[in-house]
Design a protein around this ligand. Structure first.
Ligand code: ARG
Length: 458
């Protein structure tokens, strides 16, 4: 048997054309979805009397046998058969005879492939939500152990104000929480059924799209057949959410690389997540966070790639659309691999609490607090800011930090200073008094962790 569409042709396809246009090397990943879509379609064809019930049953049996073969890796997919849809249809006809040719009644590969992609992304999106929750769980484990661990908080990567390390980690929890929300929301649109749109204009057969939607668990049916076969917005949406997730992963990875450097030594990544150098025996490299940061690039590329494919495409189906797949698979696999590594890497890292705490002794990150102190004594904030600027400059010249200055020295700058200034300046106090909602005080961080746990259903 040659090409399924061979009737109109007088010549064999050029071999290079065959290879160039085939998608089977990558769309075989859609085999399960393709079979699931066909099973629902043929069930509906039988129920609607479009093909005899016994034919529908034979086709279903054949498809289930092929599914088993696919599961057991027994199918040899052929480039001559171009894509997953024709490979499976041809296998079916080989298995059950010409009756297999009835499967494609009232259907086109255009609505078929779109349906496969919807089914695939629905499964993957649901799995990715779980993986994001694992990362959130790991962040929570570390956060709970570090509510009272202090770390310099930065702006412009300059020491700004001390914060609870748990607070810093929890910032990422909420990024991943929004990512999850975005994925969940996208499922609404992933759950639109294209099948039944035919090639572009609908079909002459009395099909029941609602029945197929019900069998495949879709919530909505595309109301326009031309939109149904040419829409790839749901993939764009997935790729953009994926890019945002990778952006978050990349930012966290960058912090891990910085924190685990010799200069910082705030955390130590577990040996099992690092690699060595082939020449410098002393090295322990943070390859995993580096690669997570690096892999972010390809997910942006996949998004821009598909946006570019779609821009300027006339309705309805065009072969260009076949280019929607490899980037999507790549982003799915990149996200899966990244999230799977991130969770245990966070959970297993050692937090060097003492080094973090010592770092805070050696900076001016409590300067805002003396300003606030003078403000509470009645000085306008602008004036207080000026006074503290001078104190900081003086301290730098004296090679001292704010807690090293004597009471007499403070009095030189303002008579408003009293002995309690030293307590006010202690980093623990500085953190504890930032007790506004969402702030870094232990009380607020504890509340935040409770809220986070409730989001995870804990
Ligand atoms: N392999 C094709 C794709 O991925 C399936 C649809 C082919 N449709 C067509 N009219 N040639 O887009």
């Amino acid at each position: 048997m040659s090409k399924l569409w061979g009737g109109r042709f007088t010549k064999e396809t050029n071999k290079l054309v065959e290879e160039f246009t085939a998608s089977i090397s990558f769309d075989q990943k859609l085999a399960k979805e393709d079979i699931a879509g066909s099973l629902a379609h043929v069930q509906m064809l039988g129920e609607c009397g479009i093909i005899p019930l016994e034919d529908a049953d034979k086709i279903k049996e054949g498809l289930l046998e092929i599914k088993t073969m696919v599961d057991q890796n027994e199918v040899e997919f052929l480039v001559e058969d171009e894509d997953i849809h024709m490979n499976i249809e041809k296998l079916l006809i080989e298995k059950i005879g010409p009756v297999g040719g009835k499967l494609h009644t009232g259907r086109s590969r255009n609505d078929q492939v779109a349906t496969d992609m919807h089914l695939y992304l629905r499964t993957k999106t649901t799995e990715l939500i779980k993986l994001l929750e694992d990362v959130q769980g790991a962040l929570l484990v570390q956060a709970k152990e570090n509510i009272h661990t202090l770390i310099p908080g930065y702006t412009h990567l300059q020491r700004a104000q001390p914060v609870s390390f748990a607070h810093h980690l929890m910032a990422y929890f909420w990024m991943f929480e929004r990512d999850k929300e975005r994925l969940i929301d996208s499922l609404k649109r992933v759950n639109w059924l294209p099948l039944g749109a035919g090639a572009l204009a609908g079909t002459t057969f009395p099909i029941k799209r609602e029945r197929v939607a019900e069998l495949l668990g879709f919530e909505t049916i595309y109301p326009n057949s031309m939109d149904a076969v040419s829409d790839r917005d749901f993939i764009l949406e997935f790729l953009s959410i994926g890019s945002i997730i990778m952006t978050h992963i990349s930012r966290l990875s960058e912090e891990l690389v910085i924190w685990s450097s010799q200069e910082f030594q705030f955390v130590e990544l577990d040996d099992s997540f690092c690699t060595g150098s082939s020449i410098m025996p002393q090295k322990k490299n943070p390859d995993v966070p580096e690669l997570l940061r690096g892999k972010t690039g390809r997910t942006y590329g996949n998004l821009i790639g598909l946006l570019t494919v779609l821009k300027g495409l006339p309705l309805a189906y065009n072969k260009d659309l076949q280019e929607d797949k490899e980037g999507m698979f790549d982003t799915v696999e990149t996200l899966e691999g990244s999230l799977m590594l991130l969770a245990p890497m966070i959970e297993s890292m050692t937090v060097n609490k003492d080094i973090m705490r010592k770092a805070i002794n050696n900076d001016f990150s409590n300067a805002t607090d003396i300003a606030d102190y003078l403000v509470r004594k009645g000085l306008p904030f602008r004036e207080a800011h000026e006074v503290i600027g001078k104190i900081v400059l003086y301290s730098i010249q004296q090679q001292k930090f704010l807690l090293d200055l004597s009471f007499e020295e403070y009095q030189e700058f303002s008579s408003l200073f009293e002995e309690d200034i030293y307590e006010v300046l202690s980093p623990e106090h500085v953190v504890a008094v930032r007790n506004s909602f969402g702030g870094t005080s232990p009380e607020q961080v504890e509340q935040q962790i409770k809220l986070a746990e409730s989001k995870l259903g804990k």
